[in-house]
Design a protein. Structure first.
Length: 214
């Protein structure tokens, strides 16, 4: 089965970095658009936004709380340990695709954006890696567009990634609170990063991993 969209864009971003410096731990916070919940999710955001502007009620149907002008820290069902199934899937799928030794914790949040998932990634590595080295690796990696100017507007937001197949990376920087740590911003069109593209990219990642083992 294909991984979900949030995992797919994340592992595309992590793969070149893992190959270079071996990832030890990842802390990811996602900002996932309503299209991840299908047409009903998009309709609900549109209708609630319209209703609020004309003074009508914005009762939730698809989501557990109002999504218009709000964020919801809950995607999929809750598990016994307090994580949601979406968060659990990100852990399991990343280990399966990249490396079972990687430790990962996720917080998945639904945001009032129609298309495009965003992620803030905090990554700890086994080996030393600088922000400059990471930028070079990401710039050269297939399927990735690095847009990382350290100035106003020098980064990618969900609006700009709509209709594009690439995984966009911005705001690559070193984390001074941990040895061999990096932080980055990752954005992708979750509708474009659908089943067909996922299948091809994930097969390539798995293929490379098994070739190295062989």
């Amino acid at each position: 089965a294909n991984p979900n969209c949030s995992t797919a864009q994340m592992v595309v971003a992590l793969k070149p970095l893992h190959d270079a410096a071996k990832i030890k731990r990842v802390v990811v916070s996602t900002y996932q658009s309503v299209s991840g919940a299908g047409k009903e999710g998009m309709d609900e955001l549109f209708e609630q936004s319209r209703n609020i502007f004309v003074g009508d009620s914005a009762d939730p149907k698809k989501f557990t709380k109002q999504i218009a002008f709000n964020v919801i820290p809950h995607i999929d069902v809750f598990l016994d340990d307090g994580y949601t199934k979406e968060e659990w899937k990100m852990v399991v799928e990343t280990k399966k695709i990249l490396d079972p030794k990687i430790k990962l914790t996720a917080t998945c949040v639904r945001v009032p954006v129609f298309v495009g998932h965003s992620e803030a990634l905090n990554i700890e590595f086994e080996e030393e890696i600088s922000a400059k080295q990471a930028q070079k690796l990401l710039r050269e990696a297939p399927g990735i567009m690095l847009v990382d100017k350290r100035e106003d507007g020098g980064y990618v937001t969900p609006i700009e990634c709509v209709g594009d197949y690439a995984t966009f990376i911005s705001r690559v920087r070193e984390d001074p609170t941990v040895d061999n740590g990096l932080v980055l911003w990752c954005v992708s069109d979750n509708l474009r990063k659908g089943a067909a593209l996922n299948a091809v990219q994930i097969a390539e990642l798995l293929g490379r991993r098994h070739l190295k083992k062989g």
